[in-house]
Design a protein around this ligand. Structure first.
Ligand code: SME
Length: 145
């Protein structure tokens, strides 16, 4: 997947195009990815939905709320095996059972976005998934942030 994405994004310098291509490829490559999208930092402590695949996602998330807000606030990946056990989880779909949210840091260390993936399966995201998504987000942040 990483090699395919590098090839697709070769020479691309537009952040929106890169996000849209990334979520499209991820969403269609892994059938347990039921919602795959970016939330961008659009103002201090505020995320706004970016390119995504799946049902509608909530449009704005303050850093103080949700699993996405926690990832942006802490600059740490949030891997949630059971969203029902996570008090701050924001449910965009009633079917979501697990979630992973990875921060995207720019070259200066600022959070510029988070990559959010939801699954209808419990504990759908492994450490291997987390490591791969973190590598992907590091590359995107270094290139577009
Ligand atoms: N579950 C996320 C909100 C985004 S929707 O899942 C697309 C959260 O708790 O921040």
């Amino acid at each position: 997947m990483a090699r395919a994405l590098r090839s697709l994004l070769e020479g691309e310098d537009d952040w929106v195009s890169a996000m849209a291509t990334t979520v499209c490829e991820l969403h269609h490559a892994f059938d347990w990815f039921h919602w795959t999208g970016f939330y961008r930092v659009v103002a201090p402590e505020l995320l706004a939905v970016g390119p995504y695949q799946g049902g509608h996602g909530c449009l704005r998330i303050p850093f103080s709320r949700g699993v996405c807000g926690a990832a942006a606030r802490t600059r740490q990946t949030q891997r949630v095996d059971d969203v029902h056990a996570r008090a701050d989880h924001i449910a965009c779909a009633a079917t979501t059972r697990s979630e992973i949210v990875v921060p995207v840091l720019g070259r200066d260390g600022r959070v510029i976005a988070v990559l959010d993936v939801d699954s209808d399966h419990p504990a759908a995201f492994s450490q291997v998934d987390q490591d791969a998504l973190e590598r992907l987000c590091q590359e995107l942040g270094a290139r577009f942030g």
